[in-house]
Design a protein around this ligand. Structure first.
Ligand SMILES: [Zn+2]
Length: 276
């Protein structure tokens, strides 16, 4: 009942970023004045659209705004406590009872043109664990994602397996990627995900020494539109969903959103749950 009320309240608001998105060009040359184009286009559309000819929903290749669930607002985030010491914790989920889950998107090899539009339309935060070698050919692409709620974190330079490697090797991969991302995107990463989710004690020590606060596994993965659960068949509060920049980006992202929505949860930003 409560959710239904909240949903109804959110629907009209969602129209604004959609209208702004479809009106604006994805080109980086326009620094996007969304409020201006939204306020100009939305009332006009409402006046001009009689009930006999509804305006088609905004969208892109393989999706429309109707595919995007409407979520209840996320609660104010309550950051977790992190253990002190010379290593970072390795977490597969955020220990919280708040009705939230986290979407993370890894690597960055394939730059789907739909991703910026989808993120803009969905209006949900995501965390990107980017490999610097993977994004080198189009770093501005990720600026566009940042403008729509993405936060960039570290995922090594070369996407190599870290486990079993020397401290110097691991430190170079972690610090090197964090330094590069910090210089390019004006925010140095504070979170880290080791490639393949494999790590050892040296990884967590090197990450700590690189200024990282926590390293992450995941609880669900999405591939080709299918959600795979580590345990159970439902996203739980605090769960972390992993997907990649792959050809099925649209299907994967929508599947992640639907799984979170079906569980009665709202996407929240992982960084908001890590103490500052
Ligand atoms: Zn990866």
């Amino acid at each position: 009942m409560r959710r239904r009320v909240l949903t109804a309240a959110v629907v009209p608001l969602l129209g604004l970023p959609l209208a702004a998105c479809s009106a604006g060009s994805p080109g980086a040359a326009q620094p996007a004045p969304p409020s201006a184009s939204a306020s100009a286009s939305v009332p006009a559309a409402r006046v001009a659209a009689p009930s006999t000819r509804p305006t088609p929903p905004a969208g892109g290749k393989g999706w429309t705004s109707r595919d995007i669930p409407v979520f209840p607002p996320a609660p104010p985030p309550a950051p977790i406590a992190l253990p002190k010491g010379g290593s970072v914790p390795y977490l597969s989920r955020i220990p919280t009872r708040q009705p939230v889950a986290f979407i993370t998107i890894d690597d960055g090899y394939l730059k789907s043109p739909e991703a910026p539009k989808l993120l803009a339309a969905a209006g949900v935060p995501v965390t990107l664990f980017l490999t610097t070698d993977a994004i080198r050919d189009d770093e501005p692409y990720f600026d566009r994602l940042r403008r729509h709620g993405a936060v960039i974190e570290a995922h090594t330079i070369t996407h190599t397996e870290l486990r079993g490697k020397s401290y110097a090797f691991q430190r170079h991969e972690i610090c090197g990627s964090a330094d590069r991302l910090g210089a390019r995107y004006q925010r140095r990463p504070v979170l880290f995900r080791p490639p393949f989710g494999t790590r050892d004690a040296t990884t967590l020590r090197a990450a700590h020494d690189c200024g990282i606060k926590a390293a992450f596994m995941w609880t669900e993965t999405v591939h080709k539109g299918k959600v795979r659960y580590q345990e159970g068949r439902r996203v739980k509060p605090g769960d972390i969903i992993l997907m990649h920049f792959r050809p099925a980006f649209v299907k994967d992202f929508l599947a992640a959103l639907r799984a979170i929505h079906r569980a009665g949860l709202t996407p929240a930003l992982l960084e908001d749950y890590i103490p500052g």
